[in-house]
Design a protein around this ligand. Structure first.
Ligand SMILES: [Zn+2]
Length: 346
């Protein structure tokens, strides 16, 4: 009985032990499984999942239809390398005149001349005018031609003369002194001669009789020197495009000896000198000077007729005289009423 009890006891003990071992096995297996699954999960999350995602994305991209092209798959092609564009030759600069001729400013200085593009229409060669004026060549124009010429400026009075000419729409030729250009000339004023349709000529630099005509005999070298010096001053205001081939001797060519040499020296530079065949009398001695503005206008016409009445009038005036802007209207009236048109010297 004791043995039986003992065996039974032993059996119970062994049974208990076996169950205990089984429980322990299950417990550790579970732990192991949990550990394996956990590690596996971590691995999936960190490496495999992104890979799957990537594959999925590229698959979607490759098969998704483009907007507007339903069902069409997009071919991804490698684009050729873009090379920088270099023109075969540099772009040509087109002058403003060619690009838009209608936009050309007709009031600006015509290159190589003493007047504007617009004034070319009524600019006459000085050599021709000189020949017509002296009756050495017949003037063929339908209407008589008048040249208003103003000596000795620029001067503070010049603007008033320009105002009258502008109001009347009549052009003139201004024989400037280099010394006065340097003293009284502003670029604004000099541009005004050009843009308002007049022309610019040279009347020496100094107007100094004793320097230019010592012993009343012309010094060709000094005259040329003063012409060039004055042109340089004018270019300082109007640019290198300015040039003038028109000259008037101070006192007039008829007043001095040895004029041929001086005239030929100027001619060798393409410069023509010109006097006048009519005058307003604004610089005549008091006893000969007309007393009223009206009389000065009439005097100009009278002197023109006295000098041969040859259809072409070159009228001597001085814009440095206070009377000039006062009589100028009357003088223009005289010549307009007689059927003259007005030109400039080039
Ligand atoms: Zn003078």
């Amino acid at each position: 009985m004791e043995d039986h009890i003992y065996r039974r006891h032993n059996l119970n003990q062994r049974e208990k032990l076996r169950k205990k071992r089984k429980r322990r096995k299950i417990f550790f297996s579970s732990i192991g499984a949990i550990l394996v699954l956990g590690a596996g999960g971590l691995f999936l999350r960190s490496t495999l999942l992104p890979k799957i995602q990537e594959v999925g994305d590229s698959f979607m991209k490759a098969t998704l239809p483009e907007a507007g092209n339903p069902g069409e798959t997009v071919k991804v092609e490698e684009l050729p390398e873009v090379k920088e564009f270099t023109p075969k030759r540099p772009a040509e600069k087109i002058p403003a005149e060619k690009a838009a001729p209608e936009m050309k400013d007709l009031k600006r200085l015509k290159e190589g001349s003493n007047h504007s593009y617009e004034a070319s229409a009524y600019a006459y060669d000085t050599a021709d005018v000189k020949a017509w004026m002296r009756g050495k060549k017949a003037f063929e124009g339908e209407k008589n031609l008048a040249f208003l010429t103003f000596d000795d400026g620029p001067h503070k009075n010049t603007e008033k003369v320009l105002d009258v000419l502008k109001r009347r729409g009549v052009p003139g030729t201004f024989f400037l002194l280099g010394d006065n250009v340097d003293k009284n000339g502003t670029s604004e004023l000099l541009q005004r001669y050009i843009t308002e349709g007049h022309s610019i000529a040279v009347h020496s630099y100094s107007h100094d009789y004793s320097y230019l005509y010592p012993g009343r005999s012309a010094r060709a070298d000094r005259i040329l020197e003063e012409y060039e010096k004055t042109r340089t001053s004018l270019r300082g205001h109007l640019g290198e495009g300015f040039d003038t081939h028109v000259f008037r001797f101070p006192g007039g060519s008829m007043s001095w000896k040895n004029m041929e040499e001086a005239q030929n020296t100027l001619l060798s530079q393409g410069v023509v000198d010109i006097d006048w065949n009519a005058m307003s009398g604004d610089s005549e001695p008091k006893n000969r000077r007309p007393e009223t503005p009206e009389a000065m206008g009439k005097y100009a016409m009278k002197t023109f007729k006295d000098n041969g009445d040859r259809k072409v009038a070159v009228i001597l005036m001085h814009d440095v005289q206070k009377a000039t802007p006062e009589y100028l209207d009357h003088l223009i009236d005289e010549f307009e009423e007689a059927g003259f048109t007005f030109g400039i010297l080039k």
